[in-house]
Design a binder for this molecule. Structure first.
Ligand code: PMP
Ligand code: GLU
Length: 396
């Protein structure tokens, strides 16, 4: 009955884990969720007020498909302010969340059989979106020993005549890695040399704790010309439910993405767009407060994980995830079974410790699990002590 493209489609495991933890809590089960990839903070007041004003003043109709001029201007202003990048409003388009923006890009650029390089570990939706449209996702390993930095030599080895696109995500989900400027430069030059397009997913740009975010597009005009910079209001402004993502890059690609969107969703919600104008162009001081709080949590969770036997956790420099290596637990016994991979470890932690995490296998590494620390400090401490207690119950 279903189309062939559904044969390989996996529903988003991050959203599935979030839904599962919520459902368990609704049944009265005391689950601590480290699954959610969304800030626990509320959307700032000034942004909510802008949305209310939009409703009251009748901004409730269809808008330009690629976004109201005020929002595209605010995106240009933001990219100039934060990254020194110059774009014209017709080099910008907005969509229903960065997930939608990324899908429009794949739709606009990837032919069936085209290869898309994706540094691994990767965010779950990149390979799925490529595969859904007949492209071939090609994972490119990064190493835990370099803090999961981009490996230019590995990227070069993976390029073939069929390579069309390279998806970079820094700061990254799920590792929290920030790619070094040196690695980004080499990979950017490779893209120019081999005529590859670069997607630079900068959704976690604002959430950095050690060093500043570098956009690959800022490294040279030639690299910028081949890059689509993607960002969202979801993370920096705690607006996951509002659904607003955007891209900036070459005009013909931006136009193609907008044309696709004109036949699929039309504009993102008018009210959200006015809220996003306020988010991007208004005062930015809430971000520093959020980052300070995330940083405190980061230190606590990394410290707690590294103190547990069988667990080893690289300190992430950005985003709000930790990606501990749990392979030291493989082979241990629990309830008559043996822990063999990351999904077993997650099942064990949910059942025994009542903590929700996401299996690394979905992000390209079965040796790891992902925990989001976008949850209160006390909850994190509580969850970590539950985990430590549960680990003591493993045999072998
Ligand atoms: N990119 C990355 C790396 C993400 O983690 C997410 C998840 N929120 C997104 C894109 C999509 O974000 P949104 O659709 O909420 O803008
Ligand atoms: N990106 C977040 C995560 O990785 C939200 C869920 C999703 O969009 O997949 O958890």
């Amino acid at each position: 009955m279903l189309a062939d493209r559904l044969a390989t489609l996996q529903p988003s495991p991050t959203l599935a884990m979030q839904a599962k933890a919520k459902a368990m809590r609704a049944q009265g089960i005391d689950v601590i969720s480290f699954g959610a990839g969304e800030p626990d903070f509320d959307t700032p007041r000034r942004i909510k007020d802008a949305a209310v004003r939009a409703i009251e003043s009748g901004q409730t109709k269809y808008t330009e498909v690629g976004g109201i001029p005020e929002l595209r201007a605010a995106v240009c202003q933001k990219l100039k302010r934060d990254l020194g990048l110059e774009y014209a409003p017709d080099e910008v388009t907005v969509s229903c969340g960065a997930k939608h923006t990324l899908y429009n890009i794949v739709m606009a650029l990837v032919n069936p059989g085209d290869e898309v390089l994706i540094p691994s570990p990767f965010w779950v939706s990149y390979p799925e979106q490529v595969q859904l449209l007949g492209g071939v996702p090609v994972p490119v390993e990064t190493s835990e020993s370099t803090g999961f930095d981009l490996d230019p030599a590995a990227v070069r080895r993976a390029v073939t005549p069929k390579t069309k696109l390279l998806v970079l995500n820094s700061p990254g989900n799920p590792t929290g890695a920030m790619f070094s400027a040196a690695a980004l430069r080499q990979v950017g030059e490779l893209a120019v040399e081999r005529n590859l397009w670069i997607v630079s997913d900068e959704c976690y740009e604002a959430l950095t704790y050690e060093g500043r975010h570098v956009s690959i597009a800022s490294l040279s005009p030639e690299i910028k010309a081949r890059t689509l910079v993607v960002n969202t209001c979801s993370k920096a402004y705690a607006m996951t439910g509002w659904r607003l993502g955007f891209a900036a890059g070459a005009k013909p690609i931006i136009k193609a993405m907008t044309d696709i969107q004109s036949q699929v969703t039309s504009n993102p919600t008018s009210i959200t767009q006015w809220a996003a104008v306020e988010a991007l162009a208004g005062p930015q001081d809430e971000i520093a407060k959020m980052v300070g709080e995330f940083d405190r949590r980061r230190r606590v969770i990394v410290g707690a994980l590294n103190a547990m036997p069988g667990i080893r956790c690289v300190t992430p420099r950005g985003a709000f995830y930790v990606f501990p290596n749990v392979s030291g637990l493989f082979g241990k016994r629990w309830k008559g079974g043996v822990l063999k991979g990351s999904a077993d470890v997650c099942a064990f932690l949910l059942d025994e410790a009542r903590i929700a995490t996401v299996a690394g296998v979905d992000f390209g590494s079965d040796a790891h699990i992902r925990l989001s620390y976008a949850t209160g400090l006390e909850t994190i401490k509580d969850g970590m002590s539950r985990m430590a207690v549960a680990l003591r119950k493993l045999d072998g």
